[in-house]
Write a protein of this length. Structure first.
Ligand SMILES: Nc1ncnc2c1ncn2[C@@H]1O[C@H](COP(=O)(O)OP(=O)(O)OP(=O)(O)O)[C@@H](O)[C@H]1O
Ligand SMILES: [Mg+2]
Length: 160
């Protein structure tokens, strides 16, 4: 089930390219923006978030919050809330963890395995789906089911 048809498809042929895409998006995000990431294990979601952090000028190391729901980074232009919903079973559980405090907080929220908490997310969220193509290649499908997500896709991910 997808929230809308992809507005674009981007191909990344290296880890650095995936990080650079994240960095570019990180340079245009605003407080309150939410970015939902989908894709299998090893698809590149965390590398993209590391790039996003770089684009926000975050100086801390960004690692997947494997055993807790969220990591917060405060050294950049805006706070970054990095959520990994892999171990969350549904939206109700995420709400119990205080997901809304991040979504409606003063920072940028990026969620790995976001489809698991889809029902807890606002509608106007930028959805990025990573698909494994081969060892070094990933396809990135961009979906923007709202005006703000559309702005993010246009300013942060459109081909130049
Ligand atoms: N073009 C590419 N973009 C991103 N990662 C790539 C690419 N090519 C190869 N890789 C490799 O794929 C892996 C991606 O790992 P990453 O942790 O970013 O995935 P993930 O989607 O966050 O997985 P998980 O669901 O386990 O959190 C890394 O080992 C990385 O080196
Ligand atoms: Mg990850």
């Amino acid at each position: 089930m997808t929230p809308s048809a992809p507005v674009s498809e981007i191909t990344s042929t290296s880890v650095e390219q995936t990080r650079a895409l994240g960095a570019r998006l990180g340079s245009v995000v605003r407080a309150g923006d939410v970015i939902a990431l989908q894709g299998d294990l090893g698809a590149g979601k965390t590398n993209f978030v590391q790039g996003l952090a770089r684009g926000l000028q975050i100086t801390e190391d960004v690692n997947s919050p494997t055993f807790i729901l969220a990591n917060e980074y405060h050294s950049g232009r805006l706070p970054l809330y990095h959520i990994d919903a892999y171990r969350v079973s549904d939206a109700a559980e995420a709400e119990g963890f205080g997901l809304d405090d991040y979504l409606f907080g003063d920072g940028v929220t990026v969620i790995e395995w976001a489809e698991r908490v889809r029902d807890a997310l606002p509608q106007d969220v930028l959805w990025l789906e990573f698909e494994y193509r081969d060892e070094t290649t990933r396809a990135l499908y961009v979906r923007a089911p709202g005006a703000n997500a559309g702005r993010l896709a246009k300013e942060g991910l459109a081909r130049v």
